[in-house]
Design a binder for this molecule. Sequence first.
Ligand code: ZN
Ligand code: FE
Length: 253
Amino acid sequence: MPFEVVTIPCLEDNYAYLVNGPDGVAIIDAPEAAPIIAALEARDWKPGVIMLTHHHWDHVQAVDELKAKYGCMVMGPKEEEDKLPKLDFALTDGFSGGSEEGKCEVISVPGHTLGHVAFYYPKGGAVFTADSLMALGCGRLFEGSADMMWDSLSKLASLPPDTMVYSGHEYTESNAKFALSIDPENAQLISRVQDITEARAENKPTAQVPLSLELATNPFLRPADPSIRKGLNMDDNTDAEVFAEIRARKDNF
Ligand code: ZN
Ligand code: FE
């Protein structure tokens, strides 16, 4: 059975993705029509559905144009239905659809926005996290609380470690500088940052990585780590409190 993910850089630093599976082609997030159409036409693919992670304009603004061109269905989080382009199908936490590698589960991951969802393909081994879990980072808390985001990240962190994480922006290089300030002695982080610097020098995307690498290097997933806690003077705090401190420091970095 086929399962293929295509990464499409859009706008300044956004990503859209195509997922080609046994149920057809899905577009995940719609930041910009032209590069998405080009990626589809290059493969002679016709999308059946657009799946939206959250209501921010840089994830939805191409929906109308793509829908007009392809007549595809539009799905997105029910909790943000009033802020999204018109949905043909509203998604709630735990909903799943599709078959085999194309089976996709909706995971509610609020924090960046209150209705943000991630799309998890258990058999395809992929999760599309947009502005929740990001490569070496996590989304800003525009609508939700730190506790809420910590719960959301904890759900994603418990997926199988070989799951590929596809996030919504190319923010990795600036996230890396912050990560090193929180976790300066992490050898895996240091070597990952070198890889990122090299990849970005060649304009290669770096926001698509195995969860195992995020677990080992993303400070937002590592509030339990003793050396991070020590560096923050938070030996006796809860993981959620340490996470909140790391998130607050990133806002002022
Ligand atoms: Zn956003
Ligand atoms: Fe965004």
